[in-house]
Design a protein around this ligand. Sequence first.
Ligand code: GLC
Length: 465
Amino acid sequence: MHPDLSPTPPVISELAAELWTSAAGVLDANWAGDHTVPSRALHPHQWSWDTAFAAIGLAYVNQSRAWRDLRSLFEAQWPDGRVPHIVFDPATAEDDYFPGPAFWNVPAYARRPAGGSTGLVQPPLHALAAWEVYRHAAAHGAASAQLARTELEWLYPRLVASQQYLTDRRDAGGTGLATIVHPWESGLDDSPAWDDALVAVPADLSLPEQSADHARHLGLALSYRDSGYSDNDLAGRHDFVVECPGFNAMLATAELALAQIAGVLGHSAEAQRHRDAARCITAAIADRLWDPLTRLFHARDVRTGRLSPAHCVNGLLPLMLPDLPAHQATAIMAAVGSERFGLPAPSYDRTAPRFDSRRYWRGPVWINVNWLLRRGMLVHGYVEEAEELRRAMLRLVHRNGHYEYFHPGDGSGLGAAAFTGTAALCLDLLADRSAPAYARSVLVPARGRSTSTGLSSRASASLAS
Ligand code: GLC
C-alpha cells in the first residue's frame, strides 16, 4: 500500500466510518491533478483558503496531495508576496467561470502558472495548514515524514513573504492590522459586515451582474485592477479598505504556526519574532476592532473610521488567539451562547431583521468558520463547548451531505454539493477527538486558561446522539 494512504478512519462508530468514507470520496473526486477544486460544479479553479482547508483534510488520507495542493498555490505567488485568491486552471474555459482570467488581466509576471490568477488575496490560513499536514506526517511512515520536512522547508520562506505582504503593504490604516480591499478577500463574500462600507462604492449596473451589491463587487475589482493592483495610498484612493477581525485573527494564527514551523526548521530567533508578531496583531485586534457596547468584534472601515454595526461570525474568530484578553474571550463565548448565534454558529445574527436563512454568508451555517471557532474554544479551554460544536457539525454534515453551507433552521444543504472545505474539515473533526492536544502543543498557552480532561469519553459517543 502507498505509505500516504491511511485506510482506517481513526474513529470507532459506524456512522463516523460512513462519514469518513464519503468525505475522503469528495476530496478524491475534487482532485484536479495538482490541486483540489472547491467544487466541480461551481468553483472549477483553485481557491486560496479552500486549499488550506483541503490540505488539512488531505493530511489524513493523502499526504503527498496535501503538499502538492499547497505547493501549486504558492507557485502562483506574486513577486510582492501576495498569494492570489484564485489560481485559474488553464483546462477550464473562460466562459465556465466569471470573473475569469480575462477580467482580471493580471501583470505578465503573475501569469504563472499558465492559467494566471486574480490579484486579490484570501485569509492566510496556509501556515496553519502546513503545520497541520506536517504534524500528521509521521503517522504515515518515514517517507511521508521526510517529504513533510522537504515541503516545509520549501514553503517556509514563501509563507513568510505572504505574511510580510499583508502586514506591510496592506497595513493601509497604519494600525498593525491588514486591510482587505474587496469583500471577496475576507472569504465571507456577501456578509453584512461589508454593507456599510459598500454604500460608498459606486454600483455600475451596466456590468453583467444583476444585484447592486454584485455590481459593486465587480466595480471594486475593476478599480483595483486598473490601479495595477497597487497598494499605494489605499486609504486615500480605493473605495473599500476594511480591517476584518476574522482575516486578522487568521493572520495572527499564521504567525503562531510559523513560530512552530521555524522551531522545527531550527530558526529559533525567527520563531520568537513570529510569536511577537502574533502578540502585536492580537493587541491591535483587541484594541481597534472591539466594540465595548456590543461586546463583540466588528470590521472597521479605515476610510470612515467606523465599526460595522453588524454582528457577524467573523466577530467571533479572534477567539482563536491565545493572548486575547480574557474579558473578550468570555464575551465571545457569551455571544456564541446567546440567541444571536448558537451552535453551530450561523454566519449572521439570527435576531437581525436582515438575517436570511438561505443567502450566502447572510445567515447560513458554514463548517469552515465553525471549525475555526472550535479551535478558539480549545485554545481558551472551553473543551465541552468545543466538543458540543464538533458533534453538532458532524451531525449536520452526516444528515445532510458535504454541502458548501447549510440552512440555519432545518440544516438542509445549500450551495454546492460535494464541497471540498466541508469534507476536508469533517475528516479533521472525526480524527481530532483528542483535540485539546492542539491547544496544548500547537499554541503558546493562554494565561489563566482552564483545563479539562473530560473529553475522551464524551468524544467517542455516537454522532447520532
Ligand atoms: C465563495 C466563498 C469563499 C470561497 C469560494 C470558493 O466565494 O464565499 O469563501 O473561498 O467560494 O469556495
